[in-house]
Design a protein around this ligand. Structure first.
Ligand code: ADP
Length: 325
C-alpha cells in the first residue's frame, strides 16, 4: 500500500506550476568555531519531485549541508530556500515543507512509538485525530503496526530507523531529507526502505539523501551531486554521470593457470590484473569491448571460461537466501 497515491497529489502541483525548486542553495558557507571551513560556497538546486543524492566521502560536508537545511546548524554565509521559503526570513513555512530523518536516533526512547510520532505531528499543528489516522497508515506501510505501543528503546536498530521515517512523514512534507538512511541497516531492510522511498517519490515527494553507498544512489536517484572538502565537485543526472565513468570492471575465470600475464604486450583501453593463477580482473574503458579483450587473450593462449561483472552479486544472493519476514 502506498502512503501517497501514484498520481501526483494536488499539493505538489503548486511548486511545479510556480516552477520553484524544492531546494535552492546559493554560495553556502560554514566555518565551525575553531576555524574549520566545512562548506566553501556551495550552489545546489534540487527540482521538485526529484530523487536526489548528495554523495561524498566522510568529512566532505554532507551532514553540515543537511543540518543547515534543517536549521540545526547556523550557516556562516549564503542563502537557502526550501520550496521557495528562505530559511532566514521564512523559517516556519520552510520547516513545514521539510521532513528530516537524521543519522542519529533522536527521539525519547522511553516513549511508546505512537506517541513519538503523534507528538511530532503536534509540533507541526496537525490535529491529533488526523495524526492518529496518518499514523495507522504509516505504521502499516513501515511494518511498525505491532510495535505501536512498544517503548522505542525496545526496538531493533532497523525498526528505530523506520520509526524515524514515520515521524518525519507525519506532517506530510513536500521534501524528505534522509541523512545516511541505510547506514548500519541490514540488506533486506535496506531494500525494503529503497522500495518505500521509491513509492513516496513516485507519488511526487522530493527526496534527498546522503549516502556512502554508491549502489544506493545508483539504484534510487535520478540526480546526484558529489561534495568533497566542502565543494560540489559534480552535479547532474546519475546516468549521465555514470557514463563519464570510463571503465567497467569484470572478473575473468580462465581455463588454465596463467603465468605469462606480465609478458603480454599492453592492450589498448584495458587494465588487466591477476587476482590468482586462474583469475583476472579487467577494467575496460567505454571505447573498447569485452570481445576485444577475450580475443586478445585467446591470441596469447589464454582461454576465458567464465566472466562476471564486478558489481556486487553477493547482495543479490543474500537477498535470495535470507528470510525477509
Ligand atoms: P560528512 O557528513 O560529509 O561526513 P560533515 O559535514 O559531518 O561531513 O563534516 C564536514 C567537516 O566539518 C569535517 O571536517 C568535520 O570534522 C567538521 N565538523 C562537523 N561538525 C563539526 C562541529 N560541530 N565542529 C567542528 N567541526 C565539525
Amino acid at each position: 500500500m502506498l502512503l501517497y497515491p501514484k498520481s501526483t497529489p494536488l499539493r505538489y502541483y503548486t511548486l511545479m506550476l510556480e516552477n520553484l525548486p524544492a531546494i535552492h542553495i546559493h554560495q553556502l558557507t560554514k566555518t565551525y568555531p575553531g576555524g574549520l571551513q566545512a562548506l566553501k560556497g556551495i550552489d545546489l538546486t534540487v527540482r521538485e519531485g526529484q530523487f536526489f543524492a548528495l554523495l561524498g566521502p566522510n568529512g566532505a560536508g554532507k551532514s553540515t549541508t543537511i543540518s543547515i537545511l534543517c536549521s540545526l546548524v547556523n550557516k556562516t554565509g549564503g542563502t537557502v530556500s526550501i520550496c521557495g521559503h528562505n530559511i532566514d526570513t521564512d523559517w516556519s513555512k520552510a520547516k513545514t515543507c521539510l521532513g528530516v530523518v537524521p543519522q542519529e536516533f533522536n527521539f525519547n526512547i522511553f516513549e511508546p512509538c505512537w506517541q513519538i510520532v503523534v507528538n511530532q505531528a503536534g509540533y507541526y499543528g496537525v490535529p491529533r485525530d488526523v495524526a492518529l489516522k496518518r499514523l495507522d497508515v504509516l505504521f502499516d506501510q513501515l511494518g511498525l503496526s505491532d510495535k505501536r505501543n512498544e517503548q522505542a528503546k525496545n526496538l531493533s536498530g532497523g525498526f528505530k530507523r523506520r520509526l524515524m521515517i514515520a515521524r518525519a512523514l507525519i506532517h506530510e512534507p513536500r521534501v524528505l531529507i534522509l541523512d545516511e538512511p541505510t547506514a548500519g541497516v541490514d540488506i533486506s531492510l535496506r531494500r525494503s526502505m529503497w522500495q518505500f522511498l521509491q513509492e513516496l517519490n513516485n507519488g511526487g515527494m522530493t527526496i534527498i539523501l546522503t549516502t556512502h553507498y554508491l549502489e544506493e544512489a545508483e539504484a534510487l536517484c535520478k540526480e546526484v551531486a558529489i561534495i568533497d572538502h566542502g565543494k560540489i565537485v559534480t552535479h547532474g543526472n546519475t546516468q549521465d554521470l555514470l557514463q563519464q565513468l570510463n571503465a567497467e570492471s569484470f572478473i575473468l575465470y580462465c581455463t588454465a593457470p596463467i603465468d605469462t600475464l606480465s609478458a603480454l604486450p599492453p592492450i589498448s583501453g584495458v587494465a588487466l590484473r591477476q587476482l590468482d593463477p586462474l583469475c583476472l580482473e579487467a577494467d575496460i574503458d567505454q571505447n573498447h569491448t569485452l570481445t576485444e579483450l577475450i580475443t586478445y587473450l585467446q591470441i596469447h593462449g589464454i582461454t576465458v571460461g567464465r566472466i562476471r561483472n564486478k558489481a556486487n552479486r553477493l547482495e543479490e544472493l543474500f537477498l535470495k537466501l535470507v528470510n525477509h519476514d
